[in-house]
Design a protein around this ligand. Structure first.
Ligand SMILES: [Zn+2]
Length: 162
């Protein structure tokens, strides 16, 4: 692979994705720069759900989702204290997330959700592989969608919080 980043940029990005002091959003961005050095990456894109990173050339929208707020299957749980407050709030988040995913798909954009825990330095290689794999899948064809598809999340999606 041709390296389009300078050695210096590359090592700075490597350091960023390995550092515990970097926010998950920054780590995601640094990881994408390493994977796709020539691609334009828009942060906090003005798209449904406000993806943390959007790669317009690949029509790939990536979310760095907090395990608590977005109900990660491993770490997402409703706090026992103040359950009446948290439960509807977290459920609303989940509904909003699903709506954004569907809306993006309708626009011909491929959404990819990466959990916070996947962006931890020790786990980041798995996240990179997941992003790479998604980027290699054939792109959706514009707004067209097969009619037989039900409006559910595809098999590759993370299950909801419940
Ligand atoms: Zn998690």
């Amino acid at each position: 692979m041709t390296d389009w980043l300078t050695r210096d940029q590359r090592s700075r990005n490597m350091a960023a994705i390995r550092s515990t002091g970097t926010s998950t959003e920054r780590r995601l961005h640094a990881a994408l720069k390493l994977l796709f050095p020539r691609r334009k990456i828009i942060e906090d894109a003005d798209l449904p759900g406000r993806p943390d990173c959007y790669l317009p050339g690949m029509r790939l929208a990536i979310f760095a989702d907090g395990c608590f707020w977005h109900g990660c299957p491993t770490h997402g749980r409703i706090p026992e204290d103040n359950r009446d407050y948290w439960q509807p709030k977290l459920e609303r988040n989940a509904v909003r997330d699903r709506g954004a995913i569907l809306e993006l798909r309708r626009m011909g954009i491929r959404p990819l959700r990466i959990w916070d825990h996947e962006l931890r330095p020790a786990a980041i290689d798995g996240a990179l592989n997941r992003i790479r794999k998604e980027a290699q899948r054939p792109m959706l064809q514009g707004r067209r969608r097969p009619r037989h598809r039900s409006p559910h999340l595809g098999a590759g999606d993370k299950p909801g919080p419940r």
